[in-house]
Design a protein around this ligand. Structure first.
Ligand code: CA
Length: 219
């Protein structure tokens, strides 16, 4: 699950991002509305955690933008204690949940798990490449009809490759899909995940393009 946090308060943001990453989410953070819209357009996260009080844009505008450009993204709105009106407007505009500041991180994580379950119970959409069938909405895949046991990052990597079967995926693109911005990534982390994935897949399923990246050929 990829979460984008839009929060201008660095103290809140750092704590939340750290808690999300510890809980297995891929978390990115931006500090303003414009950056949020750019990020939503570049790659829609699974969940958007949106502070409504932003320095450069009305958070409500960001919410409308998200609903237009990233319709599948679940939105959790953060409002100030006295922001009842904002809360109601947020829900009217299509927010999926809200949390009043200040909030406990455990409470935020609990709410995100509810949204995660909601996303996972949406009708499945699968991609077939040869013997592999991958569910794009939940971390499930089968090989020749048998369940494939994948770690969260192996699943995300495989998903990125099969969604773009027949196209080379550069290291940079794959690392972006696997890790949040600014997250410490060992230089060989991607290779390690590819190595583990390959042991679970037929020979030649993932091709290496030396110095460039990886590709799953179209079946
Ligand atoms: Ca704020």
């Amino acid at each position: 699950m990829r979460v984008l946090l839009v929060e201008d308060d660095p103290l809140i943001a750092d704590g939340v991002v750290e808690a999300l990453r510890r809980s297995g989410f891929v978390a990115d953070r931006v500090a303003g509305g414009r950056a949020a819209c750019a990020a939503l357009q570049a790659e829609a996260p699974d969940i958007l955690v949106l502070d409504l009080g932003l320095p450069d844009m009305d958070g409500m505008e960001v919410l409308r933008f998200a609903k237009q450009h990233a319709a599948a993204t679940q939105v959790l709105v953060l409002t100030a204690r006295d922001g009842i009106e904002a809360k109601v407007r947020g829900l009217d505009q299509g927010a999926d949940d809200y949390l009043t500041k200040p909030f406990a991180r455990a409470e935020l994580l609990a709410r995100l798990r509810v949204l995660e379950r909601r996303i996972s119970s949406a009708p499945s959409a699968t991609i077939d490449v040869g013997p592999l069938q991958l569910d794009t909405r939940r971390p499930d895949a089968t090989l020749d009809g048998r369940p494939l046991s994948l770690s969260r990052r192996e699943y995300m990597l495989l998903k990125a490759l099969v969604e773009n079967a027949g196209t080379i995926q550069t290291r940079e693109v794959l690392e972006q899909r696997l890790y949040g911005w600014g997250e410490e990534v060992a230089s060989n982390a991607l290779e390690v995940h590819v190595h583990h994935l390959r042991k679970k897949l037929p020979e030649g399923f993932i091709r290496t393009l030396r110095g460039i990246g990886y590709m799953v050929p179209r079946a």
